[in-house]
Structures are given as C-alpha cells and as structure tokens.
Design a protein. Structure first.
Length: 212
C-alpha cells in the first residue's frame, strides 16, 4: 500500500533499506579527506572497484596536496588512465590541489562553499567529502539516487540540486548521508536502470513504480 505523506514514505524507505544494507558507507577506499576528494573525482564514469585499484598505488606515489599540485601532468595522466577520461581527471586533480595549497594551506576545506569553489568539485562531490570525511550530513545525488528517488515518488525534479533539496526536506539531517548510500546500494543491486528486480525488492509494496 502506497504511503501518501512523502516524509513518511522516505522514512519507511530508509528503515527498510537500512535492514537490507546494515552498514551504509561509501565504497571508495580512503584514509583522509584529500584521498576521498581525489577518489571521488576519479569515480566519475568509473566503478568504485576500479577507482580503488588505481588509488591503492596512486596514494603511495602522491601523499599530499603538494605532491599532486607539483605532479608531472603526463605521469599523473598515466597513473589515473584506467579510470577513463584521464586527461580531464588529471588536470582537475592537479588544479584542485594547487588551489587547496594556495587557499587552504594544503588542507581540504570542510564547507560546501569552499569545496565547490575548487576545480572539479560540484555539490555531489562536496557532499561525498563532507558526509564521509567530515561527518557533515548531505545528500549525494548520483545517477542511482536520481533514478530511485524519481521511481519512488520522492521527487518530480530531474535537476540534481533540486532533487538534493527535495530529499533533504523529507528526512532528518542525521539520515541524509546514509540515505544516499542506501539508495546507491539498492540501485546497484536491485533497482537497476533497465530491468529493476521488483520481485526481490523490499520496497515493492510501497513503491509507485513497482507495478508499472
């Protein structure tokens, strides 16, 4: 039976997914905010598994913002090549780290405003860093979160920023970051893009798209 109140719907979805995926956290491997920032930039159009394979070696070669800022661009491109779009990603990482050195003393800033002023960092990347490295709640709207929130009737918007604010209005702050992870996990495993697995979905009775 569908739930009419959107906030109640979101809370019900959160509770059910939390039982399915009891330890929601980012799949990217990182030890500090800088590593998460670099890994998130590399994750665009690439799987987390592949990114983790690349960063395992990358972070041994480049351990600080200064290392990335001073890196030979060609060598950095070669190091991140397996993640795809390596020209743009290497340029973004180098420029971003130069800005971190110049504006923030080599430390990744911990605010949305400061992060989104860095090259290669939009609200999605900033929310990944804030939520997972700094413990500051935020909704990460990637392709899975966008698809699932639309299918589940939590938003009618297609713009990621508007979806972010729609979802923020439905849940208490402490649930924002884990809700993103839960939707991502469910989107990868069950509510896939082309043929969602309605028969095995724990939300089938409350999802407006289950019987379409």
């Amino acid at each position: 039976m569908l739930i009419k109140n959107l906030s109640d719907q979101a809370m019900k979805i959160f509770d059910r997914l939390a039982r399915e995926y009891p330890s929601p956290k980012t799949a990217l491997s990182f030890q500090n905010p800088l590593e998460l920032l670099v890994a998130t930039i590399l994750s665009a159009q690439c799987t987390d598994v592949r990114v983790n394979q690349v960063t395992k070696t990358l972070f041994q070669q480049y351990g600080s913002a200064q290392d990335f800022a001073q890196a030979d661009l060609g060598k950095l491109e070669d190091a991140v090549r397996p993640t795809g779009f390596f020209h743009n990603k290497a340029k973004a990482i180098k420029a971003c780290c130069q800005e971190i050195l110049e504006r923030h003393g080599g430390k990744v800033p911990g605010s949305m405003d400061a992060l989104t002023k860095l090259t290669g960092v939009g609200r999605k990347t900033a929310n990944v860093i804030l939520g997972n490295a700094f413990g500051i709640p935020g909704i990460v709207v990637d392709t899975h979160v966008k698809r699932l929130s639309q299918r589940m009737g939590l938003t009618r918007n297609s713009d990621p920023v508007k979806i972010e604010f729609d979802l923020m209005a439905l849940l208490p702050e402490e649930r924002w970051t884990p809700f993103s992870h839960l939707l991502i996990f469910h989107g990868r495993n069950v509510c896939v893009a082309r043929k969602p697995k309605h028969a095995s979905c724990c939300l089938s009775d409350i999802c407006p798209s289950a019987n379409l």
